[in-house]
Design a protein around this ligand. Sequence first.
Ligand SMILES: Nc1ncnc2c1ncn2[C@@H]1O[C@H](COP(=O)(O)OP(=O)(O)O)[C@@H](O)[C@H]1O
Ligand SMILES: O=C(O)C1=C[C@@H](OP(=O)(O)O)[C@@H](O)[C@H](O)C1
Ligand SMILES: [Mg+2]
Length: 171
Amino acid sequence: MSAPAVVLIGPPGAGKTTVGRIVAERLGVDYRDTDSDIERAAGKPIPEIFIDEGEPHFRALEREAVRTALAEHTGVLSLGGGAIMDEGTRAALAGAPVVFLEVALADAVKRVGLDAPRPLLIGNPRARWRELMDQRRPLYTEAARATVPTDGRTPEEVADAVLEALQLRQA
Ligand SMILES: Nc1ncnc2c1ncn2[C@@H]1O[C@H](COP(=O)(O)OP(=O)(O)O)[C@@H](O)[C@H]1O
Ligand SMILES: O=C(O)C1=C[C@@H](OP(=O)(O)O)[C@@H](O)[C@H](O)C1
Ligand SMILES: [Mg+2]
């Protein structure tokens, strides 16, 4: 089985999608994002999947998307922030070069406030984000080979830190 060169995990606003694209460019490999795979297969944006079919259905689609991408993709792969909640996904990640992009509440909320809607943050984004992190932090840490802080760093600086953490060389 092939495996991605880098897998990025972490909460919404950590910069997985933004940094993943930069890391892929630096390595000269393809970039893939399971959120985009799910949207393409479902034919609609993630917020609509949550509204029409609910979160459990989204998680089932996500589990399959992550498994497929792990088996097929040899470049950089970014997961959605909640993928780590699924036990099957966690098992599939064992042994993969997983990097946890870490961000504190203040920077995360600033970042996601400017961006595409995330259904799980609707209402009170600060409170919802904090709740998500309380649940997920141990899971991110456990799954990761390296943890990279992103607060106060540009996406380019974070990309450099990811390459360094995995001791990968630029193309
Ligand atoms: N290190 C960073 N500094 C400032 N803004 C960032 C940083 N990383 C990402 N962003 C911005 O934050 C928003 C969310 O980033 P995104 O890559 O979609 O995060 P994720 O995929 O982890 O949810 C985007 O608008 C992006 O441009
Ligand atoms: O944290 C989550 O549960 C989610 C994060 C989102 O991805 P990002 O982490 O890329 O924003 C997306 O998968 C969906 O809205 C659910
Ligand atoms: Mg993303």
